[in-house]
Write a protein that binds this ligand. Structure first.
Ligand code: FAD
Length: 351
Protein backbone atom coordinates (compact mmCIF):
# COMPACT_ATOMS: atom_id res chain seq x y z
CA UNK A 1 0.00 0.00 0.00
CA UNK A 2 1.37 3.42 -0.89
CA UNK A 3 0.42 6.55 1.07
CA UNK A 4 1.09 10.02 -0.29
CA UNK A 5 0.60 13.27 1.58
CA UNK A 6 -1.41 15.75 -0.44
CA UNK A 7 -0.17 18.82 1.34
CA UNK A 8 2.81 19.09 -1.02
CA UNK A 9 2.85 22.18 -3.14
CA UNK A 10 0.33 22.42 -5.88
CA UNK A 11 2.07 22.51 -9.24
CA UNK A 12 0.08 23.79 -12.14
CA UNK A 13 0.83 21.97 -15.33
CA UNK A 14 -1.81 22.36 -18.02
CA UNK A 15 -0.62 19.52 -20.21
CA UNK A 16 -3.63 17.50 -21.39
CA UNK A 17 -3.50 14.14 -19.72
CA UNK A 18 -2.16 12.20 -22.69
CA UNK A 19 0.58 14.71 -23.41
CA UNK A 20 1.37 14.65 -19.70
CA UNK A 21 1.85 10.89 -19.91
CA UNK A 22 3.87 11.22 -23.11
CA UNK A 23 6.06 13.97 -21.63
CA UNK A 24 6.62 11.85 -18.54
CA UNK A 25 7.50 8.79 -20.52
CA UNK A 26 10.21 10.52 -22.52
CA UNK A 27 12.75 10.81 -19.66
CA UNK A 28 11.35 7.73 -17.88
CA UNK A 29 11.50 5.62 -20.99
CA UNK A 30 15.23 6.33 -21.13
CA UNK A 31 14.78 7.86 -24.51
CA UNK A 32 17.89 7.08 -26.49
CA UNK A 33 19.64 10.27 -27.50
CA UNK A 34 19.90 9.03 -31.11
CA UNK A 35 16.80 10.45 -32.68
CA UNK A 36 16.63 7.49 -35.07
CA UNK A 37 16.06 5.10 -32.12
CA UNK A 38 12.59 6.49 -31.51
CA UNK A 39 9.68 7.73 -33.59
CA UNK A 40 7.31 9.92 -31.62
CA UNK A 41 4.03 11.34 -32.89
CA UNK A 42 0.90 12.77 -31.27
CA UNK A 43 -2.06 15.06 -31.67
CA UNK A 44 -5.69 15.72 -30.84
CA UNK A 45 -8.37 13.03 -31.04
CA UNK A 46 -11.72 12.29 -29.38
CA UNK A 47 -11.67 15.59 -27.50
CA UNK A 48 -8.36 14.62 -25.91
CA UNK A 49 -4.89 13.66 -27.15
CA UNK A 50 -3.04 10.64 -28.43
CA UNK A 51 0.67 9.83 -28.52
CA UNK A 52 2.63 7.01 -30.15
CA UNK A 53 6.25 6.10 -29.43
CA UNK A 54 8.08 3.50 -31.51
CA UNK A 55 11.50 2.14 -30.54
CA UNK A 56 13.69 0.66 -33.30
CA UNK A 57 11.15 1.40 -36.05
CA UNK A 58 11.24 -0.44 -39.37
CA UNK A 59 13.78 1.28 -41.64
CA UNK A 60 11.18 2.63 -44.05
CA UNK A 61 8.98 4.15 -41.30
CA UNK A 62 9.09 7.87 -40.51
CA UNK A 63 6.96 10.09 -38.27
CA UNK A 64 5.82 11.99 -41.37
CA UNK A 65 4.49 8.88 -43.09
CA UNK A 66 3.08 7.24 -39.97
CA UNK A 67 1.15 10.17 -38.44
CA UNK A 68 -1.52 10.51 -41.18
CA UNK A 69 -2.11 6.75 -41.17
CA UNK A 70 -2.59 6.68 -37.39
CA UNK A 71 -5.01 9.59 -37.60
CA UNK A 72 -7.05 7.85 -40.31
CA UNK A 73 -7.45 4.92 -37.91
CA UNK A 74 -8.51 7.18 -35.03
CA UNK A 75 -10.86 9.16 -37.27
CA UNK A 76 -12.49 5.88 -38.29
CA UNK A 77 -13.19 5.10 -34.61
CA UNK A 78 -14.80 8.53 -34.31
CA UNK A 79 -16.86 7.90 -37.45
CA UNK A 80 -18.17 4.70 -35.87
CA UNK A 81 -18.70 5.40 -32.17
CA UNK A 82 -18.61 9.15 -31.43
CA UNK A 83 -21.64 10.78 -29.84
CA UNK A 84 -19.91 14.12 -30.51
CA UNK A 85 -20.05 13.67 -34.29
CA UNK A 86 -23.65 13.80 -35.50
CA UNK A 87 -22.72 11.93 -38.66
CA UNK A 88 -21.14 8.97 -36.85
CA UNK A 89 -22.75 5.55 -37.15
CA UNK A 90 -23.57 5.59 -33.43
CA UNK A 91 -25.19 9.03 -33.62
CA UNK A 92 -27.33 7.86 -36.53
CA UNK A 93 -28.26 4.74 -34.56
CA UNK A 94 -29.19 6.85 -31.53
CA UNK A 95 -31.49 8.95 -33.73
CA UNK A 96 -33.11 5.90 -35.34
CA UNK A 97 -36.57 5.51 -33.74
CA UNK A 98 -37.01 1.87 -34.79
CA UNK A 99 -37.60 -0.76 -32.11
CA UNK A 100 -36.97 -3.50 -34.65
CA UNK A 101 -33.55 -4.99 -35.46
CA UNK A 102 -31.28 -2.22 -36.82
CA UNK A 103 -28.32 -3.45 -38.91
CA UNK A 104 -24.92 -2.11 -37.75
CA UNK A 105 -21.30 -2.53 -38.83
CA UNK A 106 -19.28 -5.37 -37.31
CA UNK A 107 -16.92 -2.79 -35.75
CA UNK A 108 -19.78 -1.06 -33.95
CA UNK A 109 -21.22 -4.45 -33.01
CA UNK A 110 -17.88 -5.43 -31.37
CA UNK A 111 -17.90 -2.34 -29.13
CA UNK A 112 -21.60 -2.54 -28.20
CA UNK A 113 -21.33 -6.29 -27.51
CA UNK A 114 -18.32 -5.67 -25.20
CA UNK A 115 -20.28 -2.95 -23.40
CA UNK A 116 -23.15 -5.37 -22.86
CA UNK A 117 -20.76 -8.08 -21.67
CA UNK A 118 -19.31 -5.75 -19.02
CA UNK A 119 -22.82 -4.65 -18.04
CA UNK A 120 -23.79 -8.28 -17.42
CA UNK A 121 -20.56 -8.92 -15.51
CA UNK A 122 -21.02 -5.85 -13.31
CA UNK A 123 -24.75 -6.26 -12.79
CA UNK A 124 -25.40 -3.03 -14.62
CA UNK A 125 -22.89 -0.77 -12.84
CA UNK A 126 -21.42 -0.34 -16.30
CA UNK A 127 -24.20 0.56 -18.73
CA UNK A 128 -23.69 1.92 -22.25
CA UNK A 129 -27.33 3.08 -22.39
CA UNK A 130 -26.32 5.67 -19.77
CA UNK A 131 -26.23 8.43 -22.39
CA UNK A 132 -29.40 10.36 -21.33
CA UNK A 133 -27.99 10.72 -17.80
CA UNK A 134 -24.48 11.61 -19.03
CA UNK A 135 -25.98 14.35 -21.19
CA UNK A 136 -28.40 15.52 -18.45
CA UNK A 137 -25.45 16.09 -16.08
CA UNK A 138 -23.55 17.94 -18.81
CA UNK A 139 -20.83 15.39 -19.57
CA UNK A 140 -21.97 14.71 -23.12
CA UNK A 141 -21.75 16.66 -26.37
CA UNK A 142 -24.36 19.23 -25.33
CA UNK A 143 -23.72 22.43 -23.39
CA UNK A 144 -23.51 21.88 -19.60
CA UNK A 145 -26.64 23.26 -17.89
CA UNK A 146 -26.15 25.97 -15.25
CA UNK A 147 -28.42 24.35 -12.70
CA UNK A 148 -28.20 20.80 -11.36
CA UNK A 149 -30.90 18.55 -12.84
CA UNK A 150 -34.07 18.20 -10.77
CA UNK A 151 -35.07 14.82 -9.34
CA UNK A 152 -37.92 14.75 -11.88
CA UNK A 153 -35.49 15.27 -14.76
CA UNK A 154 -33.27 12.52 -13.37
CA UNK A 155 -36.20 10.11 -13.15
CA UNK A 156 -37.26 10.88 -16.74
CA UNK A 157 -33.71 10.26 -17.99
CA UNK A 158 -33.31 7.13 -15.84
CA UNK A 159 -36.43 5.64 -17.45
CA UNK A 160 -34.55 5.68 -20.77
CA UNK A 161 -31.53 3.87 -19.29
CA UNK A 162 -31.01 0.14 -18.77
CA UNK A 163 -28.70 -2.24 -20.55
CA UNK A 164 -31.43 -4.86 -20.64
CA UNK A 165 -33.39 -2.54 -22.98
CA UNK A 166 -30.80 -3.21 -25.69
CA UNK A 167 -30.49 -6.49 -27.60
CA UNK A 168 -27.46 -7.23 -29.75
CA UNK A 169 -27.16 -9.80 -32.51
CA UNK A 170 -23.86 -10.98 -33.98
CA UNK A 171 -25.02 -12.45 -37.29
CA UNK A 172 -25.83 -10.39 -39.16
CA UNK A 173 -24.68 -7.65 -36.74
CA UNK A 174 -27.65 -5.66 -35.45
CA UNK A 175 -29.15 -4.10 -32.33
CA UNK A 176 -32.75 -3.81 -31.15
CA UNK A 177 -33.86 -1.01 -28.81
CA UNK A 178 -36.76 -1.66 -26.41
CA UNK A 179 -37.47 2.09 -26.58
CA UNK A 180 -37.15 4.38 -29.56
CA UNK A 181 -35.30 6.97 -27.44
CA UNK A 182 -32.63 4.61 -26.11
CA UNK A 183 -29.29 6.45 -26.38
CA UNK A 184 -25.99 4.55 -26.39
CA UNK A 185 -22.81 6.21 -25.07
CA UNK A 186 -19.57 4.31 -25.82
CA UNK A 187 -17.19 6.94 -24.38
CA UNK A 188 -16.10 4.57 -21.63
CA UNK A 189 -14.70 2.16 -24.23
CA UNK A 190 -13.68 4.48 -27.08
CA UNK A 191 -10.17 5.45 -26.08
CA UNK A 192 -9.32 1.81 -25.54
CA UNK A 193 -10.79 0.98 -28.94
CA UNK A 194 -8.57 3.66 -30.47
CA UNK A 195 -5.45 2.27 -28.78
CA UNK A 196 -6.31 -1.26 -29.96
CA UNK A 197 -6.86 -0.15 -33.55
CA UNK A 198 -3.56 1.77 -33.69
CA UNK A 199 -1.84 -1.25 -32.14
CA UNK A 200 -3.21 -3.43 -34.97
CA UNK A 201 -1.95 -0.94 -37.56
CA UNK A 202 1.58 -0.89 -36.09
CA UNK A 203 1.77 -4.67 -35.83
CA UNK A 204 0.61 -5.01 -39.43
CA UNK A 205 3.57 -2.75 -40.34
CA UNK A 206 6.01 -5.00 -38.50
CA UNK A 207 6.50 -2.75 -35.44
CA UNK A 208 7.56 -4.79 -32.40
CA UNK A 209 8.24 -2.09 -29.78
CA UNK A 210 5.69 0.67 -29.24
CA UNK A 211 3.70 2.59 -26.65
CA UNK A 212 0.34 4.10 -27.64
CA UNK A 213 -1.67 6.42 -25.38
CA UNK A 214 -5.16 7.67 -26.24
CA UNK A 215 -5.74 9.83 -23.15
CA UNK A 216 -5.73 7.29 -20.28
CA UNK A 217 -5.92 4.21 -22.50
CA UNK A 218 -2.51 2.67 -23.27
CA UNK A 219 -1.14 -0.19 -25.32
CA UNK A 220 2.52 -1.04 -24.64
CA UNK A 221 4.38 -3.67 -26.66
CA UNK A 222 7.99 -4.87 -26.44
CA UNK A 223 10.66 -2.58 -25.07
CA UNK A 224 11.55 1.10 -25.07
CA UNK A 225 14.60 2.68 -26.72
CA UNK A 226 16.85 1.39 -23.92
CA UNK A 227 15.55 -2.15 -24.18
CA UNK A 228 13.51 -1.87 -20.96
CA UNK A 229 9.75 -2.27 -20.37
CA UNK A 230 7.79 0.92 -21.07
CA UNK A 231 7.54 3.02 -17.90
CA UNK A 232 3.89 4.05 -17.49
CA UNK A 233 2.96 6.77 -15.01
CA UNK A 234 -0.14 6.46 -12.83
CA UNK A 235 -1.13 10.04 -11.99
CA UNK A 236 -2.14 11.42 -8.62
CA UNK A 237 -5.95 11.73 -8.83
CA UNK A 238 -5.88 15.41 -7.98
CA UNK A 239 -7.57 17.95 -10.27
CA UNK A 240 -4.92 20.63 -10.59
CA UNK A 241 -1.86 18.66 -9.56
CA UNK A 242 0.13 17.10 -12.37
CA UNK A 243 2.21 14.60 -10.47
CA UNK A 244 3.02 10.94 -10.56
CA UNK A 245 1.66 8.56 -7.94
CA UNK A 246 3.52 5.59 -9.25
CA UNK A 247 5.50 4.47 -12.31
CA UNK A 248 5.08 0.86 -13.39
CA UNK A 249 6.89 -1.19 -16.05
CA UNK A 250 4.53 -2.49 -18.73
CA UNK A 251 5.20 -4.64 -21.79
CA UNK A 252 2.81 -6.47 -24.08
CA UNK A 253 -0.25 -5.23 -22.19
CA UNK A 254 -3.08 -2.75 -22.35
CA UNK A 255 -3.65 -0.37 -19.44
CA UNK A 256 -6.43 2.12 -18.73
CA UNK A 257 -7.06 4.59 -15.93
CA UNK A 258 -10.44 6.08 -15.12
CA UNK A 259 -10.85 8.81 -12.54
CA UNK A 260 -13.04 11.55 -11.16
CA UNK A 261 -10.39 14.30 -11.28
CA UNK A 262 -10.27 15.41 -14.89
CA UNK A 263 -13.83 15.60 -16.15
CA UNK A 264 -15.93 17.07 -13.34
CA UNK A 265 -17.57 20.27 -12.11
CA UNK A 266 -18.14 21.68 -8.65
CA UNK A 267 -21.33 23.20 -7.32
CA UNK A 268 -21.68 24.55 -3.76
CA UNK A 269 -18.41 22.87 -2.76
CA UNK A 270 -19.48 19.46 -4.03
CA UNK A 271 -17.76 17.66 -6.94
CA UNK A 272 -19.78 15.99 -9.69
CA UNK A 273 -17.73 13.73 -11.97
CA UNK A 274 -18.55 12.05 -15.25
CA UNK A 275 -18.85 8.53 -13.80
CA UNK A 276 -22.62 8.07 -13.45
CA UNK A 277 -24.25 5.44 -11.24
CA UNK A 278 -27.18 3.98 -13.22
CA UNK A 279 -28.85 3.05 -9.92
CA UNK A 280 -29.06 6.63 -8.66
CA UNK A 281 -28.96 8.49 -11.97
CA UNK A 282 -26.28 10.77 -10.51
CA UNK A 283 -22.49 11.04 -10.52
CA UNK A 284 -20.92 8.59 -8.10
CA UNK A 285 -19.94 10.05 -4.73
CA UNK A 286 -16.81 8.27 -3.65
CA UNK A 287 -13.38 8.82 -2.16
CA UNK A 288 -12.10 6.63 -4.95
CA UNK A 289 -10.03 8.97 -7.12
CA UNK A 290 -8.91 6.58 -9.84
CA UNK A 291 -8.70 2.99 -10.94
CA UNK A 292 -6.10 1.54 -13.31
CA UNK A 293 -6.69 -1.83 -14.96
CA UNK A 294 -4.14 -3.87 -16.92
CA UNK A 295 -5.11 -6.60 -19.38
CA UNK A 296 -4.98 -7.81 -22.95
CA UNK A 297 -7.31 -5.42 -24.75
CA UNK A 298 -7.50 -1.64 -24.54
CA UNK A 299 -11.28 -1.67 -25.02
CA UNK A 300 -11.82 -4.18 -22.21
CA UNK A 301 -9.57 -2.50 -19.64
CA UNK A 302 -11.04 0.90 -20.53
CA UNK A 303 -14.54 -0.37 -19.83
CA UNK A 304 -13.52 -2.25 -16.68
CA UNK A 305 -11.73 0.80 -15.25
CA UNK A 306 -14.94 2.83 -15.62
CA UNK A 307 -16.98 -0.02 -14.15
CA UNK A 308 -14.71 -0.25 -11.09
CA UNK A 309 -14.92 3.53 -10.61
CA UNK A 310 -18.71 3.30 -10.61
CA UNK A 311 -18.70 0.26 -8.29
CA UNK A 312 -16.47 2.10 -5.80
CA UNK A 313 -13.55 0.89 -3.70
CA UNK A 314 -15.01 -2.00 -1.69
CA UNK A 315 -17.29 -3.48 -4.34
CA UNK A 316 -14.77 -2.78 -7.10
CA UNK A 317 -11.92 -4.42 -5.22
CA UNK A 318 -14.03 -7.50 -4.42
CA UNK A 319 -15.15 -7.74 -8.07
CA UNK A 320 -11.60 -7.36 -9.40
CA UNK A 321 -10.09 -9.87 -6.99
CA UNK A 322 -12.83 -12.43 -7.57
CA UNK A 323 -11.99 -12.32 -11.28
CA UNK A 324 -8.22 -12.12 -10.96
CA UNK A 325 -8.16 -8.65 -12.52
CA UNK A 326 -4.97 -6.59 -12.30
CA UNK A 327 -6.37 -3.35 -10.84
CA UNK A 328 -4.86 -0.48 -8.86
CA UNK A 329 -7.05 1.78 -6.76
CA UNK A 330 -6.15 5.22 -5.40
CA UNK A 331 -8.39 6.38 -2.57
CA UNK A 332 -8.44 9.87 -1.04
CA UNK A 333 -8.36 9.67 2.76
CA UNK A 334 -8.39 13.15 4.26
CA UNK A 335 -5.10 14.74 3.23
CA UNK A 336 -3.51 11.52 2.01
CA UNK A 337 -3.83 9.20 -0.95
CA UNK A 338 -3.84 5.46 -0.39
CA UNK A 339 -2.94 3.34 -3.38
CA UNK A 340 -3.38 -0.43 -3.40
CA UNK A 341 -3.33 -3.14 -6.03
CA UNK A 342 -5.13 -6.43 -6.37
CA UNK A 343 -2.92 -9.56 -6.10
CA UNK A 344 -2.81 -9.74 -9.91
CA UNK A 345 -1.48 -6.17 -10.00
CA UNK A 346 1.17 -6.75 -7.33
CA UNK A 347 3.74 -7.98 -9.83
CA UNK A 348 3.76 -4.54 -11.50
CA UNK A 349 4.40 -2.88 -8.16
CA UNK A 350 7.27 -5.16 -7.16
CA UNK A 351 9.38 -4.63 -10.28
P1 FAD B 1 -13.84 6.86 -18.74
O1 FAD B 1 -14.00 6.47 -17.33
O2 FAD B 1 -13.10 5.99 -19.68
O3 FAD B 1 -15.29 7.09 -19.37
C1 FAD B 1 -16.18 7.95 -18.71
C2 FAD B 1 -17.29 8.17 -19.69
O4 FAD B 1 -18.07 6.99 -19.74
C3 FAD B 1 -18.20 9.27 -19.26
O5 FAD B 1 -17.75 10.50 -19.83
C4 FAD B 1 -19.53 8.82 -19.84
O6 FAD B 1 -19.58 9.19 -21.20
C5 FAD B 1 -19.47 7.31 -19.74
N1 FAD B 1 -20.03 6.75 -18.51
C6 FAD B 1 -20.29 7.39 -17.35
N2 FAD B 1 -20.84 6.53 -16.45
C7 FAD B 1 -20.91 5.31 -17.07
C8 FAD B 1 -21.40 4.04 -16.68
N3 FAD B 1 -21.92 3.82 -15.47
N4 FAD B 1 -21.33 3.02 -17.59
C9 FAD B 1 -20.81 3.23 -18.84
N5 FAD B 1 -20.34 4.44 -19.26
C10 FAD B 1 -20.39 5.46 -18.39
N6 FAD B 1 -15.17 14.63 -25.94
C11 FAD B 1 -15.13 15.94 -26.33
O7 FAD B 1 -15.14 16.81 -25.47
N7 FAD B 1 -15.08 16.30 -27.66
C12 FAD B 1 -15.07 15.36 -28.64
O8 FAD B 1 -15.03 15.70 -29.81
C13 FAD B 1 -15.11 13.99 -28.28
N8 FAD B 1 -15.12 13.01 -29.22
C14 FAD B 1 -15.14 11.70 -28.85
C15 FAD B 1 -15.11 10.70 -29.82
C16 FAD B 1 -15.12 9.35 -29.44
C17 FAD B 1 -15.06 8.29 -30.49
C18 FAD B 1 -15.19 9.01 -28.06
C19 FAD B 1 -15.20 7.57 -27.65
C20 FAD B 1 -15.22 9.99 -27.10
C21 FAD B 1 -15.20 11.34 -27.48
N9 FAD B 1 -15.23 12.36 -26.53
C22 FAD B 1 -15.17 13.67 -26.90
C23 FAD B 1 -15.39 12.03 -25.11
C24 FAD B 1 -14.09 12.04 -24.35
O9 FAD B 1 -13.07 11.39 -25.06
C25 FAD B 1 -14.49 11.31 -23.06
O10 FAD B 1 -14.57 12.22 -22.05
C26 FAD B 1 -13.66 10.20 -22.77
O11 FAD B 1 -13.80 9.27 -23.83
C27 FAD B 1 -14.03 9.57 -21.46
O12 FAD B 1 -12.96 8.76 -21.18
P2 FAD B 1 -12.21 8.93 -19.79
O13 FAD B 1 -11.01 8.08 -19.84
O14 FAD B 1 -12.06 10.37 -19.48
O15 FAD B 1 -13.25 8.34 -18.77
Amino acid sequence: MIRKNLSMGRRHGWLPFALFVAALLLPLAGCDKRADALIEIGGPTMGTYYSVKIARPPASMTAETLKPDVEVVLDQVIAEISTYDETSELSRLNRNPSTDWIPISSNLYDVIAEGQRIALLTDGAFDITIGPLVNLWGFGPEQRPDALPSSEEIQVARARVGWQKLDVRATPPAVRKARADLYIDLSALGEGVGADRVSALLEARGVADYMIAVAGAIRAKGRNAKGQPWAIAIEEPMPDLRSVHRVIPVSDRALSTSGDYRNFFERDGKRYSHEIDPMTGAPVERNLGSVTVIGESGMVVDGLATALMVMGEARGQAFAEARGLAAFFIVREGETLRGFGTPAFQGYLDR
